[in-house]
Design a protein around this ligand. Structure first.
Ligand code: SF4
Length: 180
C-alpha cells in the first residue's frame, strides 16, 4: 500500500503535473486552502477549476473553504508593497493550515502545488515548508515542476480550464497591471 501524501492545492492548473508526478509513488489527498484569492468571484472560479482537475484525475481532495481573507489581509497589509515579505507570509499561512490538516488526518508527508509555478519563490516555499513540517513532526517534500509550465498550459487549453491572469491577491493583480 502506498504512503499518503497531502498536496496543498493553490489552483487546479498547478495541480495537474503535481498529481501526475506523485501518483505513482503516493496515495494522493489534495487540500484546498487559499484565502489569498481576491475577489471572491475569482476565488470561486479557481475552486471550480481545482474541483474539475481532481475529479478528472480520480484523486481525492479535501476542501477548506473558509474564506479567511480578513485574517490574510491583517497579516499582509503592512508589507503589501514588499512582494517577497508578503508572499512569505502568504506561503506560511497556507502551508501551516495544510500541515495542521495532515497531522490531524494522520498523513505524515505534505507538499504544495505552488512548486509548479514559475511565478513563485521556490526557495522560500521550501524553507517555510521544512520549518512548518518540523513544528508538526511531519515531512515536507520539496519539488520543482516549473519545467512543465508549457505542457501544463497546453493541457489547460485542451481541457478548456479557466486560467487566472494574476497570482491571487489584489496586490498581485495591481502588480500585473503595473499599478503602483
Ligand atoms: S502574490 Fe500570490 S503568493 Fe504572493 S501574497 Fe499575493 S497571492 Fe500570495
Amino acid at each position: 500500500m502506498k504512503e499518503k501524501i497531502l498536496i496543498h492545492v493553490c489552483c487546479g492548473i498547478c495541480a495537474i503535473k503535481t498529481i501526475e508526478f506523485l501518483r505513482a509513488e503516493y496515495q494522493i489527498v489534495g487540500y484546498w486552502y487559499n484565502p489569498n484569492i481576491q475577489p471572491y468571484a475569482e476565488y470561486r472560479m479557481r475552486v471550480q477549476t481545482a474541483g474539475y482537475v481532481f475529479q478528472r484525475s480520480g484523486e481525492k481532495i479535501e476542501w477548506n473553504l473558509n474564506y479567511d481573507v480578513i485574517d490574510w489581509l491583517n497579516l499582509t497589509l503592512s508589507v503589501a508593497k514588499d512582494k517577497a515579505r508578503r508572499c512569505a507570509i502568504c506561503y506560511e499561512m497556507r502551508l501551516e493550515a495544510a500541515a495542521q490538516f495532515a497531522r490531524n488526518a494522520g498523513i505524515k508527508i505534505f507538499t504544495t502545488t505552488m512548486f509548479s509555478s514559475i511565478h513563485q519563490d521556490i526557495e522560500t516555499i521550501k524553507k517555510k515548508g521544512v520549518s512548518i513540517a518540523k513544528k508538526h513532526n511531519l515531512q515536507f517534500l520539496p519539488l520543482d515542476l516549473r519545467q512543465y509550465q508549457q505542457e501544463t498550459k497546453n493541457i489547460a487549453l485542451k481541457w478548456h480550464l479557466y486560467r487566472q491572469r494574476y497570482c491571487g491577491c489584489l496586490f498581485s493583480e495591481l502588480e500585473r497591471e503595473n499599478i503602483k
